[in-house]
Structures are given as structure tokens and as C-alpha cells.
Design a protein around this ligand. Sequence first.
Ligand SMILES: Nc1ncnc2c1ncn2[C@@H]1O[C@H](COP(=O)(O)OP(=O)(O)O)[C@@H](O)[C@H]1O
Ligand SMILES: O=P(O)(O)OC[C@H](O)CO
Length: 496
Amino acid sequence: MSKYIMALDQGTTSSRAIIFDHSGNIVASLNKEFTQIYPNPGWVEHDPMEILDSQIEVAKAVLEKTGIKAEDIAAIGITNQRETTVVWDKNTGKPVYNAIVWQCRRTAPICDEIKNSGFDKEILKKTGLVVDAYFSGTKIKWILDNVEGAREKAENGDLYFGNIDSWLIWNLTGGKAHVTDYSNASRTMLFNIYELKWDKDILEYLDIPESMLPDVKPSSYVYGYTDKSIFGVEIPIAGCAGDQQAALFGQTCYDKGMAKNTYGTGCFMLMNTGERAVPSKNGLLTTIAWGIDDKVEYALEGSIFIAGAAIQWLRDELKIIDNSPQSEEYAQRVSDTNGVYVVPAFVGLGAPYWDMYARGAILGLTRGVKREHIIRATLESLAYQTRDVLEAMQDDSGIKLSALKVDGGASANNFLMQFQADILGVPVDRPTVIETTALGASYLAGIATGFWSGREEVAKNWGVDRHFEPNMNDETREKLYAGWKKAVERSMNWAD
Ligand SMILES: Nc1ncnc2c1ncn2[C@@H]1O[C@H](COP(=O)(O)OP(=O)(O)O)[C@@H](O)[C@H]1O
Ligand SMILES: O=P(O)(O)OC[C@H](O)CO
């Protein structure tokens, strides 16, 4: 029997390949950052070919690095930045436009039109989503309306749409499978999460031909096999889920009421609500967690658009740190932010505010403010945003969390995790494997192929690396949080 599972984790910042063993431990991991393209303020694009090439490159390189043979990979699990939209010509395999990234705000005017017509209420009822430029539907419409010849080709049945999962699977299978899974489909704003099918009314409203859309399959399922030309052998692609749902699976949140928060480019808190879809009264999303054996389970989600990306901004644009981990050292050189708040609303605000026109702000500047304070305030903003979402989630679900399970790149930051526990007044548990996104995709693939027997078996792999206990008095906590709420208000409704 083959000994390993390989996860391909195609994130917003980088393409990553990780090999896991049967105990859910990382045997080897490689990742490659790729180009972020900002053609206009608030617009974000990726090159789909660069995504594909970097993903295949790291997958091959991680095998080479370990000496593990492709034959020893029992299955591949795919997980991906969600909502990001690729439209390609199915005859040539060429994208007709760059991938429009989930963070991109260009379709805000289309969303305003939908809201003005009142159709947003219908969309929320059918898809569980708040109408926002975040989701794929309006991005597809933009491509069809703005790329020369695209609409005609789409109507002739020559174009395929896919999120990054579909784009990768189609290419890895040599163009044999045009598929997605329930969790990714539920983020397009085109999928009826109750009837489990593409919604004809929404497609008609947005003028999107159904022939462009992938077939929707379970998340733990053999979608196809990698073309021999890639790894020399055919490997089953047997798991697929959007990265946040995959992280929920990797954190083994299998029971109703279990939740996790992932600190990557953005920050996403998901709570398993079981077989019942829970509508939100507080600006959260209702979404599909996964589909297994044709049974679908749901989650409540709080989506924060900018988290680790704000740390990247300190590194790449302000150039006040050399690398992301260094932010921890700088933050700890000062005892507070000197009254500064950073609101990283670079691409508007997601849950619970949903303001496409909010923009980033630094408030409370005085002459004594040093870069350490700005760095600390930026890290703290991740924790404040998480509190906004946690409060909404507890209210919607009626469940008070006894501890928050965390993961993702920025959860490695001990300062941030301690401040998170302090500002929530709730303990934070960081597991031994913080690459839970990739782990979840592996579990889905391994369960489909019999590598693992099921959830009960993989749940035994979860263990705590570090527990952060809240250590802040209530008065300080509430005073700091009140300052954050004031700062957020100032950042809202800024862009024209
Ligand atoms: N020690 C750290 N402190 C703060 N932020 C970090 C740290 N390590 C990584 N990050 C941030 O986490 C993000 C990468 O996390 P990752 O889970 O790989 O994200 P993604 O899947 O979105 O590409 C980057 O935005 C990076 O700036
Ligand atoms: O790339 P990440 O890990 O920040 O995740 C992006 C999300 O899937 C967007 O919804």
C-alpha cells in the first residue's frame, strides 16, 4: 500500500505542496510565492498559468527533495483560495483573462445594482451569501462583459469557468475533468445550497451560460487521475475543498458547534452547524462545509479579507520589517500601541460589516509613534477583527466557545495568539500541525481512497502545540475594543 498523501494547497499568497504520513504528520513541505497584480486601486489579479506552473513545480520538487516516489503517493487532495475566478477556452486551455482574485473590488458597481433591484435578498436566501464583490458570480459576469469576444464564445459553449480547484484539476487530469466540490460551489453565489444545484434564476439574472460551469461533486471523491506526463504515474485526485472548509476538516471540527479560525492572507472563522444550514442575523455567511457520500454539512462563516496580508504590506510596501515572523519581535519591543489603531480595510471590509467602500486607516497618530507601534497595531487588528466575528457567531449559533482552535501562517505568531486570547477573553489552542488546510485536503483524499478509514480515525491525530490563556482584565479589554470599534467606523464608506 502507498504510504503517503500529497496535498496541493493553492493559497492567495503561495502555492504549496505537502506530503503527509498516516499519522497526519508533515513529511515534507515546499511553497512558492507568486505575483500579485494590482492593475487599479482595489483590483487584485493572479496569472492562472503562474498559479498552475508554481503548483506543479512545488509538487514535483517536494517529491524530489524527499526521494519519495510518485508511486508511493496514495492520493492527492486539492485545496484552494476560494472564489477566485478563472475563465478559459476549453479548446486551447488558455485563460481568456487573468484570474480575478476574491479580494478584487472591481465588481462593486454590479453588486450595487443587484442590491438596488432587491434581488440580493433572493440571492441570500438561495446561496447563504451576502451580495459582495468577494464572490465569483459578478467576476464571471465582468469577464463576459469586458473581454472582447468572451460572451460569444461562452454562448457557443467554448469557455469554462472554474475556481482555482477546477482550474488545477482540469489541467492535472489533462483536460478530462471539469469539476468542483460542494464547498467551492457554495462560494460562487450561483449555487443553491439547499437544492444542491446551480441556480437557474441567478444565472439568468447575471446572464451566465450554465454550460460554463463545472460538475459539482462530493469533497471526498475520485475526480480523476493526474496525467502521466506530470509525475510519470497516474495518481488519483481524491479530495477537494475550499481552503477554509478544508481547515475546518483538518482541525477535525466534525461535531456541531466546533469552530476554527485560520490566519492566512485573510482570516476566516468557521463553525460546523451539522446538517442544518443556519441563516445569520449578524452578517455572517451560511456555507457548505463539505459533502461526503452525498450528504452535505453546513457551516457559519465570518470572512475577514485582510489578516496576514497586512503583515505582508508592512514587509513589501512599507518595508518596515524584513519578514513576517519579525513582526512578533518588533511588537514585543513596546508595551502597547501608544494609542494607535490600524484598520486594514485595504479591499473593503467583510464580515460583519460588508462595506465594499471602506479603506485602510491608521488612527491615533502622535509624534511619539514609532514603527514598533504601527507593527504592533497591525498585528492587533487581526485579533480585533476576529473578536468582531466571534461575537456575531456566538450570537447566531447560541453557542459560547470554550476555546478557539487556530491555524494558518500567522497563527505561528505567539504575540498575536496571546493578544487574541486576551481580547476575546477566551483561550486559544494552536495544534501541532498549523497547516490544517493541507491536512484537511489530505484527509478528504485519504478517506476517499481507503488510506484512512474515516473521520474517527483521523480525529485521533489532532494534538495541541500551545494553549494561550487570557491574561487581561475586563476593563482594559473593553476599553481597547471600544477604541477599535471607533477606528473601524472612521474607515467605512471611504472610497467613491
Ligand atoms: N510569524 C508570523 N507573524 C505574522 N504573520 C505571519 C507570520 N508568518 C506568516 N504570516 C503571514 O501569514 C500569511 C501566510 O499564511 P498562509 O497560511 O500561508 O496563507 P495563504 O494560505 O493565504 O497563502 C502571510 O500573509 C504572512 O504575512
Ligand atoms: O488564501 P487564504 O488562505 O487567505 O484563503 C482565501 C479564502 O479562501 C478566500 O475566501
